[in-house]
Design a protein around this ligand. Structure first.
Ligand code: HEM
Length: 464
């Protein structure tokens, strides 16, 4: 922060700016816009004097971007109800690397495969810090894997990966747990007896049970009251368990104190439940819109697995079409479009611009997954994006739903295993039905800042 503003001052400005962001409604009022233009005109000089010029003088060329207002930065350009589209507009105007201000905090926005890869992979150490984002800090404080940095993060991440590996991630026992959970899901879905139901809760109970069996050693019955409370009140989750994970008791000088272990477990729960179940929910909606694609997946299942045994991860390499469909579901669903914020670990030069240490960074995954240089019709659903002309599975470097580099999703292996086993087990057992004409199913995202399918009713018909 040397040469910028004092940290305390930044914190106060940040807090007031974010409370202002929370209170701002998008404004379509022309008169007010004029007032703001005038306000902007008057305040530009002040702001330039206050921050930009100082930083330009000290650091050199800063990335382009919209002119920020004092204290509130660019919140007028970043409509809270339509954040993704606001970023897309700025991307068209300023190019792949630009800067916006959240309050007084400069935020670097990276767009498209080339620059995101150059930052996260080619300059992994510089861009591998976690950004201090108020929402994340509020949820997890400074404990756990997602929000921490430095030695604390390194040790917690290594610990979590090793523990999951010891429990069998990538090995057979986790696969068996998922297979078992998928059968419970089939049993539960059979109870619906051809009626329509909202799949949200069915899927989130299944995916959180997979994490439960890894971190607690057991799954929960679907109707278990404690489990239901757990799912509804994840933020009070820490109270429901304590000692099993503590190797060391309250020792604040140790990384492995209660708070960190509880938060790391919570991290796995939060990061691993919603993400995987949202992808499944999105996937089933997409398959209802394209019954011919679902039909081809079912044919491949019948051919490779048959009806007499559960799908296993080993089957994936023999099922290129299904593999391509699942990749395309993840690409299209794009459920973490803005990524989780990163920060720059040291002053650095990037793409000809100077980026000061501590700058928050959004490596926009949506612009990678929908990069027209890598995907022919990025906004259409097309499993052909992951198939070659001979029908074999084809990798694509811009497939980055789990991000890339040092902070790449810790649960990638687990999530990919879950997606394959849940999709194939459900389609082995059921045909998906909808009340709508498939053409009328809307598969665009139902949210503005994160991606999630619109709510829908599903009906499953046993195949055998
Ligand atoms: C389809 C499912 C999932 C998707 C799309 C997904 C996506 C992501 C993304 C985009 C990040 C941020 C990476 C970055 O900062 O560059 C992330 C981080 C993380 N994910 Fe996942 N995730 C999924 C499932 C899971 C599962 C099942 C787990 C639990 C085992 C998990 C645990 C984590 C953790 C702990 C982090 C923080 C890593 C760190 O800061 O070092 N995720 N995930």
């Amino acid at each position: 922060m040397d040469g910028w503003v004092k940290k305390d001052q930044v914190d106060i400005w940040e807090a007031s700016a974010f409370s202002f962001i929370d209170s701002v409604e998008p404004c379509d009022n022309k008169g007010m816009e004029k007032d703001f233009q005038f306000f902007q005109f008057c305040s530009e000089g002040l702001l330039i004097l206050g921050t930009s010029v100082r930083s330009i003088k000290k650091w050199g060329k800063m990335p382009p971007g919209p002119t920020p207002l004092p204290f509130i930065g660019n919140i007028l350009q970043l409509r809270p109800n339509d954040v993704l589209n606001s970023f897309r507009k700025l991307n068209r105007k300023y190019g792949p690397v630009y800067m916006v201000y959240f309050g007084t905090q400069p935020v670097l926005i990276l767009n498209g495969y080339d620059v995101v890869k150059e930052a996260l992979v080619d300059n992994a150490d510089v861009f591998g810090e976690r950004g201090r984002f108020p929402g994340l800090l509020k949820a997890f404080s400074n404990n756990g894997i997602i929000t921490t940095n430095g030695e604390r993060w390194k040790q917690l991440r290594r610990f979590a990966l090793t523990t999951m590996r010891n429990f069998g991630m990538g090995k057979r026992s986790i696969e068996e747990r998922i297979q078992e959970e998928a059968q419970f899901l089939v049993k539960e879905m059979k109870k619906t007896k051809g009626s329509f139901f909202d799949p949200t809760f069915y899927l989130s109970r299944s995916t959180s049970n997979v994490i439960s069996s890894i971190v607690f050693g057991n799954r929960f019955e679907y109707e278990d009251k404690e489990f239901l409370t757990l799912l509804k009140l994840l933020n009070q989750f820490a109270k429901l368990f304590d000692s099993p994970l503590s190797q060391e008791k309250q020792n604040n000088t140790s990384i492995f104190n209660d708070d960190n272990l509880v938060m790391s477990t919570l991290n796995l729960f939060f990061a691993g439940t919603e993400t995987t179940s949202t992808t499944l929910r999105y996937g089933f909606l997409i398959l209802m819109k394209y019954p011919e694609i679902a039909e081809k997946v079912m044919q491949e299942i019948d051919h490779v697995i048959g009806q007499n045994r559960a799908p296993s991860v080993e089957d994936r390499s023999k099922m290129p079409y299904t593999d391509a469909v699942i990749h395309e579901i993840q690409r299209f669903a794009d459920i973490v479009p803005m990524n989780v914020p990163h920060a720059v670990a040291q002053d650095t030069e990037f793409q000809g611009y100077i980026i000061p240490k501590g700058t928050m960074v959004f490596p926009m995954l949506t612009t990678v997954l929908k990069d027209p240089q890598w995907f022919k019709n990025p906004y259409s659903f097309d499993p052909g994006n992951f198939m070659d002309e001979n029908g074999a599975f084809k990798k694509n470097d811009a497939f980055m739903p789990f991000s890339a580099g040092k902070r790449i999703c810790l649960g990638e292996g687990l999530a990919r295993m879950e997606l394959f086993l849940f999709f194939t087990t459900i389609l082995q057992n059921f045909t998906l039905k909808t009340t709508k004409n498939p053409k009328d199913i809307d598969i665009s995202s139902g949210l503005s800042s994160g991606n999630s399918p619109r709510s829908y009713q599903l009906c499953v018909q046993p195949r055998y």
